[in-house]
Design a protein around this ligand. Structure first.
Ligand code: PMP
Length: 296
């Protein structure tokens, strides 16, 4: 995967610089301890031009992630959104994934560094887990405990668990891992939220141990528009195994149907599921083909 070439620009602390010229500080606390915060935003090529999807929400979440772990965040959301559009323009990107990153400065002590830095990079990226249905497995790795690091903070160190789970699932031939939480309930996939369908109702793990995604919230809103009941509650592995269908949600992924769990296919044909209805509506929303807020 090539993320940039010699012509690519990135945004770094108020300036646009060539991606090639930017490098990590090897004395940064972020590199040593994973003490940094990230976001993932998508830009879509819509009939209204290139449009960021829910960019303000993403930058507000980045601010909250930083605040939760004591990283200084002196930047303004609207200014960051403007800079992101400029970045896309400079790189001629119409449909892209955008990765804002807040890093901390030089400090080998286990206290937050005083100086922080923000970068925004962007590249063309297809759907994270592909466009078709995926195979999943219950992972032996668990979601990090919210008692250790706040579950709602998108901080880099959390992703060690995600990398281990994805790698382990991949070695056993599965596309993606489903992780339990510290109490043994189903939490989510390594970097996506999970919904299951049972008897014409959607269920999704309640907040607490999960990272409550912006796409998950969009699904809850779309479901309410379509009068689909969604129950947020703790789900057991058995609830997942006996579901009629299941799907994952995330900015990079969009909405992707799950074909099977540990080799056992979910019984409902994907095209007949509530997930497929939501998937179509979500696509229309991102491409600005429908304005569901107006329909409400
Ligand atoms: N869980 C984790 C661990 C994630 O990294 C992401 C992607 N940011 C999600 C869930 C989905 O969140 P969102 O819908 O906001 O992209």
């Amino acid at each position: 995967m090539k993320y940039f070439d010699k012509n690519a620009w990135i945004y770094l602390d108020g300036r646009f610089v060539k991606a090639e010229a930017a490098g990590a500080d090897l004395f940064s606390q972020s590199v040593h301890y994973g003490f940094s915060a990230i976001e993932g935003i998508r830009a879509y090529n819509t009939h209204n031009g290139t449009r960021l999807f829910k960019a303000e929400q993403h930058y507000d979440r980045l601010r909250r992630s930083c605040e939760q772990v004591g990283i200084d965040f002196p930047w303004d959301t609207n200014a960051l959104v403007d800079k992101t559009y400029e970045l896309l323009d400079r790189n001629n990107l119409r449909s892209a994934y955008i990765r804002p990153l807040v890093t901390t400065g030089r400090n080998m002590y286990l206290t937050p560094a005083q100086d922080t830095s923000i970068s925004i990079t962007a590249w063309e990226w297809g759907p994270f887990l592909g466009a078709g249905l995926i195979s999943t497995t219950l992972s032996p790795h668990r979601r990090p405990s919210p008692l250790s690091v706040p579950a709602t903070a998108k901080v880099s160190g959390q992703y060690v668990a995600s990398i281990l789970a994805t790698t382990e699932a991949g070695k056993r031939g599965f596309d993606e891992a489903i992780l339990l939480d510290q109490e043994g309930f189903v939490a989510q996939a390594s970097s996506n939220n999970l919904f299951i369908e049972k008897n014409n109702t959607l269920y999704t793990p309640a907040r607490g141990h999960i990272f409550p995604g912006i796409t998950r919230q969009a699904v809850l809103e779309l479901a309410s528009i379509f009068s689909i009941t969604v129950v947020e509650k703790q789900l057991t592995p058995d609830d997942l195994k006996t579901a009629d269908s299941a799907f994952l949600t995330g900015t990079a992924t969009g909405i992707v149907g799950i074909a099977s769990l540990d080799g056992v296919a979910f019984p409902e044909a994907w095209s007949d599921t509530l997930g497929a209805t939501i998937q179509r509506a979500y696509k229309n929303l991102t491409l600005e083909k429908e304005n569901y807020e107006v329909i409400i």
